[in-house]
Design a protein around this ligand. Structure first.
Ligand SMILES: C[S@@+](CC[C@H](N)C(=O)[O-])C[C@H]1O[C@@H](n2cnc3c(N)ncnc32)[C@H](O)[C@@H]1O
Length: 289
């Protein structure tokens, strides 16, 4: 995966085979963007797949992004760079239980080029958890909540957060980070959306377990764009119009035979085939009607 590294406390910079650099968490033994690198992945998964530049230009209101798993900020920064020339207003709500990866990344901008030009607002975000700036383009208001996301999202105050147009969902893998991939978490995310504001949630995983979880939570779910690392990812949305290649009955039949399809109810990772109740629930989903 990597051909070189620079160690610093709980994180290190790794050089990927693509030549790009990424942050690696020693505690989780996970690289944030392991193959194509942070920018290529964010461009494929969010900017191009969701046609974000056009959607942002056409938005009449403030464009709201929820960035779950801020990490080293590659996802929101790649979006902000893509729309840097367009007028408008952007609100980014980032979530992470630690700002250490971002602080670490800001000490290694020489390897994480995508951060160049955004250092000042990002340092402010680290210090004050809030930054408003206008790099000659859209007005950006960026805040970060430093908290355990699964518990934060269940609190009543989550209902007062500005409703998102996009959710960038970038936790570690379900096996390493099961608390971030449970059915109750995605059900709550779905409940927090504005039914009148189409919102897409792309994520890098294509696992059956995740797709069933999203369907049960209420989302429409489809095959997401390749990222260079994976030939398929997953896209979920509260509007079927945002899902170009919806999962179909053939996928449903494969899910029925899968040995790892039953959603996680708690933060404990385990693999299990679909229960009878989940299967019946899936059959009721409007996507398969
Ligand atoms: C793959 S990294 C995110 C990479 C990031 N999106 C980027 O562009 O650099 C996953 C992030 O999820 C965060 N995370 C993991 N568990 C969490 C939890 N329970 N609550 C909040 N954040 C969590 C980690 O701290 C880590 O920064």
């Amino acid at each position: 995966m990597s051909s070189g590294s620079r160690v610093n406390r709980g994180y290190r910079i790794v050089r990927l085979v693509s030549g790009a650099h990424s942050v690696h968490s020693l505690a989780e033994a996970e690289t944030f963007h392991p193959v194509v690198g942070p920018v290529a992945e964010a461009e494929a998964l969010y900017v191009r797949q969701l046609d974000l530049v056009r959607r942002f230009r056409e938005a009449k209101e403030e464009f709201v992004v929820w960035d779950v798993g801020l990490g080293a900020a590659a996802n929101p920064v790649t979006f902000l760079r893509a729309v840097a020339e367009a007028p408008g207003r952007i609100r980014v709500l980032s979530f992470d239980h630690t700002l250490e990866p971002l602080e670490f990344a800001l000490r290694h901008v020489e390897h994480l080029d995508y951060l160049r030009g955004y250092e000042e607002p990002l340092h402010r975000l680290v210090r004050e958890h809030h930054a408003v700036f206008n790099p000659g383009g859209p007005r950006v208001e960026w805040s970060v909540r430093v908290h355990d996301f699964p518990s934060l999202v269940q609190q009543a105050e989550a209902a007062t957060w500005p409703k998102p147009h996009v959710i960038m969902f970038d936790a570690f893998s379900p096996a390493k980070n099961p608390a971030m991939w449970t059915r109750p978490l995605f059900a709550r995310l779905f409940q927090l959306l504005d039914p009148d504001r189409p919102c897409a949630l792309p994520t890098y995983s294509r696992s059956t377990l995740l797709r069933v979880t999203l369907l049960l939570a209420g989302f429409f779910v489809g095959v997401g764009h390749a990222t260079g690392e994976k030939e398929q990812t997953t896209i979920a949305a509260n509007s079927p119009a945002l899902v170009r290649e919806p999962l179909d009955r053939r996928w449903l039949e494969r899910a029925r035979r899968s040995t790892s399809a039953e959603p996680l109810e708690t933060a404990v990772y385990r693999q299990a085939p679909l229960s009878k109740a989940t299967w019946e629930h899936l059959l009721q989903h409007p996507q398969f009607g």
